[in-house]
Ligand binder design. Sequence first.
Ligand code: THU
Length: 133
Amino acid sequence: MSQIDWQRLHSCAVAAMKTAYAPYSKFPVGVAALVNDGRIVTGCNVENASYGLGLCAECGLVSHLCSTGGGRLVAIVCVDGQGDFLAPCGRCRQLLFEHGGPEALLMTDDGPQSMAAILPWAFGPGDLDRNER
Ligand code: THU
């Protein structure tokens, strides 16, 4: 995988954020990720009148990933309505970890951080093998 174009990922995340459906929180979120085959997938949050049913932007991103051929997330940018880097919620860290693993990178105000740092001591697909011990 060649150099990561973080600026392009940021632009894609901002574009996705602009499509968010967030009439209740008024807190639009966008996310974009580079996949290991070179394509870029995106997502935005989609809220619901039944508040608890709202979907985070990362849910949309994972759906986009799977519905366009799958693969592994390599680099991720998540932004708020100002285009500033956003810390994914706990549930979404788990979603990103599932599809990127500990080495996937998330852009933060302190630069790119590994998912191993963003979700320390994570539960992941490998833990399911414990049943076979
Ligand atoms: N939100 C996301 O889309 N992703 C996150 O990681 C954090 C929160 C959304 C959910 C809700 O629509 C709005 O931001 C306010 O919580």
